[in-house]
Design a protein around this ligand. Structure first.
Ligand SMILES: [Zn+2]
Length: 65
């Protein structure tokens, strides 16, 4: 429960990704700095992070590696 509970969390932008580890779909939410989408696999809770910008984030879907 360390995550912040800000009011804007409801409208927080997210990124849909496919988790290869568990073959399931999940969401990553933008971090405070807006530099990356972060989240966890809903099944094994493995942390996943996708950087925004720099390496190109034109794709809408990412695969957890
Ligand atoms: Zn997993």
């Amino acid at each position: 429960m360390a995550e912040d509970n800000e009011k804007e969390s409801i409208n927080r932008p997210f990124l849909g990704i496919w988790f290869d580890c568990c073959h399931t779909y999940g969401r990553l939410y933008k971090n405070k700095d807006g530099t990356a989408y972060v989240g966890r696999c809903p099944r094994c809770l493995r942390p996943v992070r996708v950087r925004i910008g720099g390496e190109g984030t034109n794709r809408r879907f990412f695969r957890g590696e």
